[in-house]
Design a protein around this ligand. Structure first.
Ligand code: GDP
Ligand code: ZN
Length: 303
């Protein structure tokens, strides 16, 4: 094994299946993994993800081998689709998840938004909910559906990448933080990043996610350095976000709006689906909690 002194510390910026781009100071080095790293004990799609800090030994100026992956401070992960469950880390060493949905085109799927919030909350990340394309719908109708997220996330933003609305606030939230930006495809993630940091010049306008067949969906996740400090891992449109190691308590933690009513039903095995003496059903009926949020909670396995 090589001496650690020979190796250089860098950050993984992109994952191309078995090959990884690593940022070393100011250049990108294309790396493969040292064989023993592939024998990861955890059941993962890949032992290395965008945002990982790694030791690299150089083969040439722009080619190398990842020798070691430093322990992660946090990660955003999902369960990869397939017959046997595997963990897929979307981004490593992040502090914050920016969850982007569109006010329209595509119509927001609030159940999926709630699912993103559960995963980000379980990962211990700061959570920003960003509702983009606000130019397309009247704000009062929208805020009725969305305002519950003000109390549920750390920040709720209404933006329009097209009109430059809310983009300065988003930049402020990204500054000096390590963020992962996620959400379905076509909601304007790339457009927002381009609006706040034009130098990134990301491709936009992709209609629908490119569908990759098979389990190892390696639609790549890119790590981008922001010119004003901080970085963002830009994920491709995620249509699915299977839970990986998410417990019912994690679900409850993402529903602080329901929390005051949990454990207050008459029967301990209450299904919260209209049972007699159910505190949650009563609260939804009285307009104290949003019935849609309660449906999400139950669908996501909350108890
Ligand atoms: P991504 O897949 O989430 O990265 O979405 P893109 O940034 O590629 O945007 C998808 C489409 O929505 C493109 O045609 C954009 O021009 C459009 N778009 C992005 N942001 C806005 C917005 O704020 N308002 C409107 N009306 N369209 C937008
Ligand atoms: Zn109940």
């Amino acid at each position: 094994m090589r001496n650690q002194a020979d190796s250089l510390l860098g950050t993984v910026v992109e994952n191309h299946g078995a090959v990884f781009d690593v940022l070393l100071d100011d250049r990108i080095v294309r790396c493969i993994l040292r064989g023993r790293l592939k024998k990861d004990k955890r059941r993962t799609v890949a032992p290395v993800a965008a945002g990982d800090r790694v030791h690299v030994s150089l083969l040439e100026r722009d080619r190398g081998v990842i020798e070691q992956v430093l322990p992660r401070t946090a990660e955003l992960a999902r369960s990869a689709a397939g017959s046997e469950p595997l963990q897929q880390t979307l981004a490593a060493n992040v502090d914050q998840a920016v969850i982007v949905f569109a006010a329209a085109e595509p119509r927001p799927d609030f159940y999926l938004l709630d699912r993103f919030l559960v995963v980000a909350t379980a990962a211990g990340l700061r959570r920003v909910v960003c509702i983009n394309k606000c130019d397309l719908v009247p704000l009062d109708g929208l805020s009725q559906q969305v305002s519950c997220y003000a109390g549920v996330s750390d920040d709720l933003l209404y933006t329009s990448a097209l009109r430059g609305i809310g983009t300065a606030e988003l930049a402020e939230l990204l500054k000096d933080r390590r963020s992962v930006i996620c959400g379905p495809s076509g909601v304007g993630k790339s457009s927002l990043l381009n609006a706040i940091a034009p130098g990134l010049a990301l491709r936009t306008g992709a209609i629908g996610e490119v569908t990759h067949k098979g389990r190892h969906t390696t639609s790549s996740i890119t790590y981008l350095q922001l010119p004003f400090g901080g970085w963002v891992a830009d994920t491709p449109g995620l249509r699915q976000l299977g839970f990986w190691e998410v417990a019912p308590e994690d679900v409850a933690a993402a529903f602080p709006d329901l929390e005051p009513y949990l454990g207050r039903c008459r029967f301990p095995n209450c299904s919260h689906r209209g049972d007699e003496g159910c505190a949650l059903t009563a609260a939804a009926g009285a307009g104290e909690v949003d019935p849609r949020r309660l449906r999400s909670f139950l669908q996501l396995g909350g108890r």
